[in-house]
Design a protein around this ligand. Structure first.
Ligand code: DC
Length: 225
């Protein structure tokens, strides 16, 4: 089991995914995208036509869904019940439904257990990114970082990821969606999005990807050398 962990949390569009991938590569570590796991369960729930208000059915579906996820920062793949859902989990339908699914306590219990197993089975250091990593999944991690950014910066980043030619109208709509998802993720009863008391808060609004990565690599070296 590795003792080198970077628990990386933050809202949608704060740059977590790109940052964790790059930091893991620089450190020679692996990475785990926990949001992708919530998305894969959501994909399975939508495939099964389950009503998003039916928490018991969502919990049941989660229990019968097998997730396989890679941790190599250079190539990412995720499968649900043997189906490659790497692309499908980024669809607008999954994005719109994922907050409802990830608010179900049984779904969280199941995935938190899988996430801790992935850390326990890793021989390398691991960057693990999500919303509750520092608070719930790995509360004893020696290094916790919470990325923030203004809603404007996050919406712009997210829109340009989806469409490099995104216009102002698209960015404004993305901002509305991000804020609505933040509100659900931060306001939910179980494991809401919030920094752990011992998290370092890094505001990425005015920083380039390289600048954020540099900061985190330095923190990792300071913590684990
Ligand atoms: O990081 P992302 O946008 O792919 O995450 C998708 C959703 O999953 C997000 O709206 C909240 C949820 N999530 C969560 O509740 N806990 C995590 N550790 C990771 C993601």
């Amino acid at each position: 089991m590795t003792s080198k962990t970077l628990a990386l949390d933050g809202p949608a569009g704060s740059g977590k995914s790109s940052v964790s991938r790059a930091v893991a590569q620089r450190l020679g570590w692996v990475m785990l995208d926990t949001g992708a796991m919530y998305r894969a369960i959501t994909w399975a729930v939508l495939q099964a036509n389950i009503d998003l208000h039916d928490r018991a059915a969502i919990a049941q579906q989660a229990l019968s869904t097998t997730i396989e996820i890679t941790t190599d920062p250079r190539s990412f793949n995720i499968a649900a019940n043997g189906v490659d859902v790497t692309k499908a989990i980024r669809s607008p339908e999954v994005t719109a439904a994922v907050s409802a699914v990830s608010a179900v306590p049984e779904v969280r219990e199941l995935l938190v257990q899988l996430q801790r197993e992935a850390v326990a089975n890793s021989d390398f250091g691991i960057v693990i990114e999500g919303r509750d990593i520092g608070t719930v999944v790995l509360p004893d991690s020696r290094l916790k970082v919470f990325l923030t950014a203004t809603p404007e910066a996050r919406a712009k980043r997210r829109s340009l990821e989806v469409d490099p030619l995104a216009d102002n109208q698209m960015i404004a709509q993305t901002q509305e969606e991000l804020l609505s998802r933040d509100e659900k993720d931060s306001g939910r009863e179980h494991s809401p999005l919030k920094p752990a008391l011992d998290s370092r808060i890094v505001d990425t609004s005015e920083l380039s990807l390289e600048q954020v990565v540099d900061q985190l690599v330095i923190l990792a070296h300071e913590t684990y050398s």
